[in-house]
Ligand binder design. Structure first.
Ligand code: PSU
Ligand code: MN
Length: 303
């Protein structure tokens, strides 16, 4: 049993023990993806949305070196306001644990801990990808999807990234990319990148069948479920593209690299768009979380 390295919120532990639906939520978006104090408000709202959808939320983070599955409201606040929180992908988890630090888990980091905890459904905003103009800057999220069997619900991949190369990387690793209500890849702020994906599914039952089939085959890959941002919250494509090009150029000229790139670009976009990007980000997060709750319910053994 590996579970003793994890600390569970009692409610999450109880739900998992009897097979009730649980949805994992990441924490990098709280510490590095959204500005304060919106970050804490959104973190709380997403938990409310999961509950409204009939599942138990489990926000995942490392608190003083302890991987924690499900945060109390006090712990959410502690994380959202803490200084020096490390952004944790696969490579960072053991470092933060050894040093007793705070760690906010990325999609990759959250998948690892969710899987260890026995959680199969995870909702986020967008996953990392291959960076435009930097084909060797490949997010650890993509590699994790290739090796950890968690179903990740997101709004696709931000067009700050190289979308065709990102899809190639997923294909190589055997990760099915399935559109919920779409046959093309959503581009996070906008509904449609025009790039075809592997399947379109229009019902939760179908998505649940896909996850079960993967389990039955004992495949070790994750499943990527992409769902477009609600139409009323979409950032017009032309406007988003222009802002993204500006943000990417700014990151380049400031020499920003490694794990700082994505947070910098997100922050810069929020600034130059007067919060328009932020509004879209929140809308798509809430939409994804609701979908994930439905999927967790369909997959749960006790309902
Ligand atoms: N995409 C977003 N918002 C985010 C992130 C990605 O639209 O907050 C975060 C996620 O936590 C994701 C991480 O796992 O950024 C990817 O970072 P990198 O590109 O450094 O792998
Ligand atoms: Mn990177």
């Amino acid at each position: 049993m590996m579970e003793h390295i994890l600390r569970f919120a009692p409610e999450v532990e109880a739900a998992l023990a009897v097979g009730r639906p649980v949805v994992a939520l990441e924490s990098t978006l709280i510490t590095h993806g959204l500005p304060r104090p919106t970050n804490l408000q959104v973190a709380r709202q997403l938990e409310v949305d999961v509950r409204a959808g009939g599942a138990i939320p489990a926000t995942i983070a490392i608190l003083r070196g302890k991987p924690t599955i499900g945060l109390t409201d006090g712990q959410l606040e502690e994380l959202a306001t803490a200084d020096h929180v490390r952004k944790c992908s696969r490579r960072d988890l053991p470092i933060v644990m050894a040093q007793g630090e705070y760690g906010a888990t990325t999609v990759a980091g959250t998948m690892i801990l969710a899987h260890l905890a026995g959680i199969v459904v995870f909702a986020t905003g967008g996953i990392g990808g291959v960076h435009r103009g930097h084909p060797f800057d490949v997010s650890a999220d993509l590699l994790e999807l290739g090796r950890t069997p968690v179903a990740v619900v997101c709004a696709g991949i931000k067009s700050i990234l190289d979308l065709p190369l990102t899809l190639e990387k997923l294909e190589t690793q055997g990760v099915p990319v399935v559109g919920y209500g779409t046959a093309t890849l959503p581009a996070f702020y906008t509904r449609d990148s025009g790039l075809p994906i592997d399947a379109r599914m229009d019902s939760i039952a179908e998505v649940a069948a896909l996850v079960r089939a993967r389990e039955a085959l004992q495949l070790s890959q994750g499943t990527l479920i992409v769902c477009p941002i609600p139409a009323e919250a979409e950032w017009p494509a032309q406007e988003a593209e222009t802002a993204i090009a500006q943000a990417t150029a700014e990151a380049e000229s400031r020499g920003i690299s490694g794990r700082d790139v994505t947070p910098f670009i997100l922050g810069y976009l929020a600034e130059i768009s007067n919060g328009r990007s932020l509004e879209a980000n929140i809308a798509l997060l809430r939409n994804n979380v609701r979908l994930a709750a439905q999927l967790a319910k369909a997959l749960s053994s006790s309902l």
